[in-house]
Ligand binder design. Structure first.
Ligand SMILES: [Fe+2]
Length: 165
């Protein structure tokens, strides 16, 4: 692959992960307010703080590749529009459904950062590869935390709905 194509591919991956992070910020903020299980809410809040950092890091890497602020704004608007749909749909959801959504989302991020890291390494962009590794570690920790809460959350929902064993 010609190096300009590699660069283009790298920017696409970066644009996608940046958009994911913007979506994650809205989802986690809304989720933290909506879920009834206190441990899940706290996991959402903690990961929201990390996600702010992920948004900043990926934006900085995009800027390092000469992405203009207007292009970034477009992505932000698209992400926002996509998110408002998800949030509107999520409004009547149970704590369990929000946990499933967050669990799926973290795994989508994990896959994206693993692939971004490969593309960044192939493109010789060590700063992006390093950022991807650093973020990946926190996404994996967040996914693992959610993993440990799923059974508890299912029981929370049953109790919340007044379903007896
Ligand atoms: Fe995440």
């Amino acid at each position: 692959m010609a190096s300009s194509e590699l660069q283009e591919q790298l920017v696409k991956y970066l644009t996608d992960v940046h958009s994911l992070e913007q979506n994650a910020l809205s989802m986690l903020a809304t989720g933290a307010d909506q879920v009834g299980d206190e441990q899940l809410a706290s996991a959402f809040r903690q990961h929201h703080a990390e996600t702010e950092e992920h948004e900043r890091l990926t934006r900085e890497r995009l800027e390092a590749h000469g992405e203009s602020p207007s292009a970034l704004k477009d992505v932000a608007q698209k992400g926002g529009a996509m998110m408002s749909g998800v949030v509107a749909k999520a409004a009547p959801d149970t704590t369990g459904k929000l946990a499933i959504q967050a669990y799926a989302f973290e795994h989508m991020e994990i896959a994206s950062y693993r692939m971004l890291r490969v593309v960044a390494e192939r493109a010789g962009d060590q700063d992006t590869a390093r950022a991807a590794s650093q973020i990946l570690e926190q996404e994996q920790a967040a996914a693992q935390k959610l993993d440990g809460l799923l059974e508890q959350v299912a029981n929370y929902d049953l109790q919340d709905m007044g379903v007896a064993a």
